[in-house]
Write a protein that binds this ligand. Structure first.
Ligand code: SAM
Length: 189
């Protein structure tokens, strides 16, 4: 199935798919309604494992249902905890792919959103958890009165990463107005 790259999540999934070995360890740092968790479970195959985080019970329930519907729930561990505690659940250099989709739960409470300090902390931990040769995908949103500080904090932090150890690619939907979302890919060398 051809991905629709005008959708940021499809773009990010297309790149993750191109880099993910079957049977790996994948982490969804922002489970939400579970679309990325499902995608990672499908990539993981029977031998693979997925860890998914969210701070809202509602997200875990919706995601569990979605995974059960697709018969892949046994591949995932759904964790009710902030992604800034990711290192409590995964060891150093253990993950093949880590996926972040910042912001709030679509259809949920917009006040419960990711925030600059915890997002940067989570990405830092995620980079330690990534295997060499692994990748991290970030969907960064801003618009209205939300997301600007988080975007600034994340991009400032990513700019400090040593180029010999990480390749950081920040993409733009160049001809779109109104603060388009920013897909970012980080490859650990
Ligand atoms: N990937 C999801 C999907 O496919 O539906 C969408 C994710 S949604 C844009 C962002 C999610 O991050 C929300 O469900 C929110 O509850 C969650 N979140 C906010 N702060 C968090 C934190 N500190 N740790 C983990 N998840 C968090």
């Amino acid at each position: 199935e051809k991905k629709n790259l005008s959708r940021i999540t499809d773009w990010c999934q297309a790149v993750m798919e191109s880099r993910a070995p079957r049977g790996g360890l994948y982490i969804d740092a922002t489970m939400g309604n579970g679309n990325d968790t499902l995608f990672l479970c499908q990539m993981a195959g029977n031998e693979g494992q997925v860890l998914a985080f969210d701070i809202q019970k509602e997200a875990l329930e919706t995601t569990r249902e979605l995974l059960e519907k697709h018969g892949v729930h046994s591949r995932a561990r759904l964790i009710l905890d902030g992604h800034q505690h990711m290192e409590r659940y995964a060891g150093p250099e253990s993950a093949d792919v880590i996926c972040f989709n910042f912001g709030y739960l679509p259809g949920g409470d917009h006040r419960i959103a990711t925030s600059p300090a915890t997002s940067v902390e989570a990405v830092e931990q995620g980079l330690r958890i990534l295997k060499k040769g692994g990748m991290m995908s970030l969907c960064i949103y801003s618009g209205g009165d939300t997301g600007f500080e988080e975007k600034e904090a994340l991009l400032a932090f990513l700019g400090t990463l040593p180029p010999r150890r990480y390749t950081v690619i920040v993409n733009t939907y160049y001809n779109r107005g109104n603060h388009p979302p920013v897909p970012v890919f980080i490859f650990k060398e």
